[in-house]
Write a protein that binds this ligand. Structure first.
Ligand SMILES: Cc1ncc(COP(=O)(O)O)c(C=O)c1O
Length: 374
């Protein structure tokens, strides 16, 4: 039986061949007679796996050497707290040196707002409106002339707003050296789907359950030169420097999630690396937006210059048909096309694990539904 196509925002669909490999290896990992769930994370086999995962991730991302790679827990929301705790420094110790008393947060939608809410526990962040309404379309604003606030220890932005469907084409310009006022990106929903300009970035984080693997693991990439700024009360499991010094193994890590991500990273390399993943992401999203644009029956309310390549919200002109659309889509093997509970409507997440054929099937279904019900 063929598997349905799953457009969930996360935990998201995973490539069938990766799932099969994991099933294959589940009872007896590497011929040792134990499942990967049953081996010590300090044993040689798991240590090797962890090193291979880091190597593969570095290769895929062309990550500069001065970035540490951390595999942490707590999800992206954990990082909403970890970022201020690690990068604000002790309050009031100096502006423009990475130890300012506040931070700049670009506000682009739901996830940026959630990061801001958490940051308020640690400072009074400056909010920079990064999204505006242009007629009927929402779009990201041009921040090319923008300068960080004098007392900003860092600048935070959400590379892809998973709910609103807006994506920064390029990292915002801060004009500052990444070790002075580092740019910090939440890349949870577009991680490993496109190349990254590391020159502007000080730190990046992404939860795994969208583009990289199962829930339970959060990847943090942070310049080692930013160590030493953590507040004294930072819990050691969220402390970047301590995590780096212990190779992300201060405590027992989520071994299964880590193993799964290692298999996924290998699969990504076999697909042709980041360039191939980016091309696939571009093709999939272009097909879906073309279908939305050529119809008055469907609508995507994001300006073309800010559209996300991984999470595509849309609506029906006849909103009363949404429930039928969803139930018929499910019956046709197209799952989880409902929008986020905070906004309703419809949404297709087309992450790395979703094959292009899934988008083709969705587009066919949309055309067919429109012909019958439009
Ligand atoms: C952009 C973004 N940031 C943060 C999160 C929260 O991730 P987590 O559930 O791992 O805390 C999500 C989840 O959907 C997201 O899309």
């Amino acid at each position: 039986m063929s598997r349905p196509y799953n457009f969930s925002a996360g935990p998201a669909t995973l490539p069938e061949v990766v799932l099969e490999q994991v099933r294959e290896e589940f009872l007896d990992w590497q011929g040792g007679g134990s499942s990967v769930l049953e081996v010590s994370h300090r044993g040689a086999a798991f240590q090797e796996l962890a090193q291979a995962a880091e190597r593969d991730l570095r290769t895929l991302l062309a990550l500069p050497e001065d970035f540490a790679v951390l595999f942490l827990q707590g999800g992206a929301r954990g990082q909403f707290a970890a970022v201020p705790m690690n990068l604000l420094g002790e309050a009031g110790t100096g502006a423009g040196t990475g130890t300012g008393s506040s931070a700049d947060y670009l506000h682009s939608g739901y996830w940026a707002a959630s990061a801001i809410k958490e940051a308020r526990r640690y400072c009074e962040p400056h909010i920079i409106e990064a999204c505006s309404q242009r007629g009927t379309l929402a779009g990201l604003v041009d921040l090319s002339d923008w300068q960080p606030s004098d007392d900003a220890a860092y600048v935070h932005y959400t590379a892809n707003e998973t709910i609103g469907g807006l994506q920064f084409v390029k990292a915002p310009h801060t004009g500052a050296d990444p070790l002075t006022v580092p740019l910090v990106a939440d890349m949870s929903s577009d991680f490993l789907t496109r190349s990254v300009d590391w020159s502007r970035l000080g730190a990046v984080y992404a939860c795994a359950q969208k583009n990289l693997g199962p829930a339970g693991l959060t990847v943090v990439l942070v310049r080692r030169g930013l160590f030493g700024r953590a507040r004294i009360e930072t819990p050691s499991v969220l402390h970047y420097q301590l995590a780096a010094e212990s190779a992300s193994m201060q405590n027992t890590p989520p071994v299964f999630a880590w193993y799964f991500c290692a298999v996924m990273l290998r699969w990504m390399l076999e697909q042709g690396g980041l360039m191939a993943l980016e091309q696939s992401s571009q093709r999939k999203s272009a097909k879906l937006y073309a279908a939305l644009d050529q119809s008055d029956f469907y609508d995507n309310a994001v300006h073309p210059d800010s559209r996300s390549c991984t999470s595509v919200p849309f609506t029906l002109a006849a909103t009363e048909l949404e429930a039928d659309f969803l139930s018929e889509a499910t019956a046709a093997g197209l799952l989880n096309l409902n929008g986020h509970r905070s906004v309703g409507g419809l949404r297709a997440c087309i992450y790395n694990g979703l094959p292009e054929k899934g988008v083709d099937a969705l587009v066919d279904f949309m055309e067919n539904f429109e012909q019958r019900r439009g």
